[in-house]
Design a protein around this ligand. Structure first.
Ligand code: 5AD
Ligand code: SF4
Length: 476
């Protein structure tokens, strides 16, 4: 998606906005802006599908919109602040355009429920992540002069039957949600409250969607879930089969099914959880060339005592054992992570454990955050957010600095090697260059040639920056 994604990203990851454009040029004009994780971007495609089915057409130009929907993220306070600024912006526009409908979707809608509507009065519509099928009806209510809210969470909704309207820019890489919700209750995390209980989607519909995407020209798909390793179909958490007539499917089996169904399409997935990631998944990855050799394995902290307070369900040693398993089964696999600096009660020694773990693992890429206390979470109820702001900041900077070194070293190790690259299109920086990713998810830039978007080429790497690899195309 980005041709200049830095090797290090801090808080700024939350809050990228995309505007959608899919339009047949008819019907009421809908403008959607998405913030936060990939799941939200994928949900916006479901929303676009539901509303285009009800006669709306999407636009990229907020000025011509008659309905504005903001799909929001609650994961950290600064993500919510950015959304609030946007809501005030659109609310102000209603003075000029009284018929404009402004709605809030996603995690903030679920977390704040009717507050934004009844107390702050800055939106007309509040719709939680499991209620998108109700959108046409709710927008209708707003248009007839009522305020509309649906924040019911569901134990079943997976939108399995909805074929998303693809809203990515390049037509080569896309997402499929394979499950929704999260049952983990990490103590810092608001997601279990905003996205509800974990539920997996019917594997047949996932395979069907992957094939359909391939037919549309897509060559890479990312399977999305908060914790993909706990994907299970027709089997309970206690390993009881639900319907003996039907097959059971776990995540390793799902990966294999998709890999076999679309052998010319690359498969990625996110997010893995260290406590649940099995060798089975790793062996399946190793077995299929089209499953990318890249794992995002959030560690959060390198200290066992902090991990315990975070309720992550693993220790430092367990995590390092999982890293060793990845290295053993797929020596060429890239690994990225998420790290939180300054969680409740974090001591200098505990922070030093995170630094030493980072040195030990040498991540190729990392997302790094300062702890941000979230209402209703276990941490908010049980612990004090007692690491002073300047200490959090200093620790975060130390973590970012080390990751810069690790990222640079990772890119330097790639110089001299040849990778298969999926051509995504022109590079953002120069008309003379094109870009694409290798299996390890590194962005590779190469001189423009007679390549088609979505084709596979081989690139020999001869230089790198902190963010990208550069090279020459060599015969395949
Ligand atoms: N404060 C800071 N970072 C958080 N994350 C989740 N909740 C919080 C929080 N309250 C981070 C975790 C998670 C990533 C998606 O966001 O690192 O893996
Ligand atoms: Fe949040 Fe933990 Fe679930 Fe991830 S696994 S969404 S961090 S509760």
């Amino acid at each position: 998606m980005f041709d200049s994604q830095p090797k290090v990203i801090d808080e700024s990851r939350q809050g990228e906005a995309i505007a959608l454009d899919s339009s047949p040029d008819s019907g009421k004009k809908l403008y959607i802006e998405s913030y936060g994780c990939q799941m939200n971007f994928s949900d916006s495609e479901i929303v676009a599908s539901i509303l285009t089915g009800a006669g709306y057409s999407t636009t990229r130009d907020e000025q011509e919109a008659e309905v504005v929907l903001i799909n929001t993220c609650s994961i950290r306070d600064n993500a919510e602040q950015r959304v609030r600024n946007r809501l005030h912006h659109f609310h102000a526009r209603k003075r000029r355009q009284p018929g404009l409908v402004v709605g809030i979707l996603g995690c903030m809608a679920e977390r704040l429920k009717s507050t934004l509507l009844e107390e702050e009065k800055i939106v007309d519509l509040v719709v939680g992540p499991d209620a998108y099928r109700d959108l046409p009806n709710l927008i209708g209510e707003v248009e007839s002069g009522q305020k509309a809210v649906n924040v019911l969470l569901s134990r079943e909704e997976t939108y399995a039957d909805i074929s998303p309207v693809r809203l990515d820019q390049n037509g080569v890489t896309g997402f499929i949600s394979i499950m929704r919700g999260c049952d983990n209750m990490c103590s810092f995390c608001v997601v279990p409250f905003t996205r509800g209980r974990e539920r997996s989607r019917n594997p047949e519909t996932i395979v069907h969607e992957a094939k359909y995407m391939f037919d549309q020209g897509y060559r890479e798909v990312t399977l999305l879930g908060q914790n993909v390793d706990s994907y299970r179909w027709n089997i309970t958490k206690k390993n009881e089969v639900i319907d003996p007539e039907q097959p059971t499917v776990n995540f390793a089996q799902l990966l294999e099914k998709v890999a076999l169904a679309v052998p010319e399409m690359r498969i990625r997935f996110s997010t893995s959880h260290p406590k649940d990631m099995t060798d089975d998944v790793l062996e399946t990855m190793a077995k299929y060339h089209n499953i990318c050799k890249y794992i995002h394995l959030p560690v959060q902290s390198g200290s066992t005592s902090v991990l315990k307070r975070m309720n992550r369900g693993y220790s430092r040693e367990w995590y390092l054992n999982r890293i060793a398993a990845i290295r053993r089964i797929m020596p060429d696999c890239a690994i990225s992570t998420d790290i939180i600096a300054g969680f409740c009660g974090e001591t200098d020694a505990e922070h030093a454990d995170t630094i030493s773990l980072m040195r030990n693992v040498a991540y190729d890429f990392a997302y790094m955050f300062k702890y941000s206390e979230r209402p209703r979470t276990l941490a908010e109820r049980k612990f004090e957010d007692d690491v002073p702001e300047e200490v959090k900041q200093r620790r975060l900077e130390e973590i970012i600095e080390l990751q810069m070194e690790n990222g640079k070293a990772s890119n330097e190790r790639a110089v001299g090697k040849t990778f298969e690259v999926l051509v995504e299109g022109p590079s953002k920086k120069s008309d003379a260059e094109w870009c694409g990713r290798n299996s390890q998810n590194a962005m590779v830039v190469f001189p423009k040639g007679d390549f088609e978007k979505g084709s596979y080429i081989h690139v020999e790497i001869n230089a790198c920056t902190a963010a990208t690899l550069k090279g020459e195309v060599v015969p395949s």
